[in-house]
Design a protein around this ligand. Structure first.
Ligand code: PRP
Length: 210
């Protein structure tokens, strides 16, 4: 029996979209659509095994080779710089990394800027490039609350529709980088499974161009 290709999918709405693209590319695994709490699904005929992992963990599975390929947000790739191959921009899960603050916020360059974020490395790099002195406050979620409660001056976070900011009287003051979902591969495993990985990449690319 041939070895299965292990594919890490980000659990959630984005992952469902990603799976639909893989299925359309010819690598379906119908059991994945059954509504249960299983996390691993195989289709031995087509040689694929899919598993659902937390979106921010996909790159860890791929970097360490537990998954051969996977789909991760560019935000995670920029923040953690995992040693993986980035094969394709899937052009879905589009959003941007931005700096936001309370409406009407004015930066005082004489003061250290307090920045709350889940993306400490991205924030540090951004402000280093501007030569701006900052104090990073690392949070794990609900970042938007920080400036409201005076914990920080600004936040660096993902903005998709902008609704979260709007409903909390915050607004974008600067866009750092556009974000989208990327197909990634483990560097060593890619060498052994390049044929099937290249086929998948090519098929997915056709869908992103369509
Ligand atoms: C993300 C992000 C923002 C929100 C942006 O949060 O951190 O809070 O989505 O989306 P919007 O612009 O469409 O409102 P997520 O749901 O991942 O949760 P968390 O950051 O609070 O963990």
């Amino acid at each position: 029996m041939k070895e299965l290709l292990n594919i890490a999918l980000p659990k959630g709405r984005l992952g469902e979209k990603v799976y639909a693209m893989f299925a359309k590319a010819g690598f379906e695994c119908p059991s994945i659509l059954e509504n249960n709490r299983k996390l691993i699904f195989e289709n031995p005929e087509l040689g694929v095994r899919y598993f659902w992992v937390k979106p921010s963990d996909v790159a860890i599975y791929v970097e360490r080779g537990a998954a051969d390929i996977g789909v991760a947000g560019k935000d995670i790739l920029l923040e953690y710089a995992p040693e993986v191959y980035e094969l394709l921009d899937l052009n879905i899960g589009k959003c941007r990394m931005a700096v936001a603050a309370k409406n009407g916020f004015r930066d005082d360059p004489r003061k250290t800027l307090r920045v709350a974020t889940k993306f400490s490395n991205i924030a540090a790099k951004h402000y280093l490039s501007k030569g701006r002195d900052i104090d990073i406050i690392h949070l794990n979620g609900s970042i938007e609350i920080a400036p409201i409660l005076g914990l920080s001056d600004v936040i660096v976070d993902i903005v998709e529709t902008g609704t979260t900011l709007k409903e909390n009287d915050l607004s974008v003051i600067e866009t750092i980088v556009p974000i989208s979902a990327r197909l990634i591969a483990n560097r060593a495993n890619y060498k052994f499974k390049s044929e099937v990985i290249d086929t998948i990449t090519r098929e997915l690319a056709l869908q992103t161009e369509a």
